[in-house]
Design a protein around this ligand. Structure first.
Ligand code: MN
Length: 191
């Protein structure tokens, strides 16, 4: 299977000032493109030749896992934002967040705390378990909740390449700003 760079549904400057055009161009056009190229070079001749991305992430290790994991992570990441995003989730997802954390505000705080507290590179995710219960997971490096049997719903990238050009070392400020561009309709569909 030939993996491809996920297409953006918005212009590269559309998420400014939360994420700059320059960051999108490097993050999507260079970093993610490199993971796609790497995986396409690594997979031929392995048992993963006809496997889909999620299967590879669940069953691989080493370089194949790292590149496949980062493609899955970034495909979810780049498609969850919109220049018209922000606000709060509604419907079933809102009810599930209230059930798990008491309020959307509490969820947001816990999510940001998890992201700030993750040492080094990785991801913080809102995920659901097999019973539909919500949880926050921290994943180092290329990790994704699918390896634990969870469904990823929303992911914030805390690798420095996601924010350093715009926020330098201020990861907490970056995470706080990201809520303004989250497209909750997309997240609700994943739920
Ligand atoms: Mn990234």
């Amino acid at each position: 299977m030939k993996f491809e760079l996920v297409k953006l549904s918005y212009a590269t400057d559309a998420l400014e000032p939360v994420i700059s055009k320059q960051t999108i161009e490097f993050h999507h056009g260079k970093h993610l493109q490199a993971y796609v190229n790497n995986l396409n070079n690594l997979v031929p001749g392995t048992k993963f030749e006809n496997a889909d991305l999620e299967t590879i992430v669940k069953e691989s290790e080493g370089g194949i896992f790292n590149n496949a994991g980062q493609i899955l992570n970034h495909n979810l990441y780049f498609t969850q934002f919109s220049p018209n995003g922000g606000g709060e989730p509604s419907g079933r997802l809102a009810a599930a967040i209230d059930a798990a954390w008491g309020s959307f505000e509490n969820f947001r705080k816990e999510f940001e705390t998890a992201g700030v507290g993750l040492f080094g590179s990785g991801w913080v995710w809102l995920a659901k378990d097999k019973d539909g219960k919500l949880l926050i997971t921290k994943e180092v490096n290329a990790g994704n909740p699918v390896t634990k049997g969870f469904v990823p719903l929303l992911g914030f990238d805390v690798w420095e390449h996601a924010y350093y050009l715009d926020y330098q070392n201020r990861r907490a400020d970056h995470l706080k700003e990201l809520w303004k561009i989250v497209d909750w309709k997309i997240v609700e569909c994943r739920f």
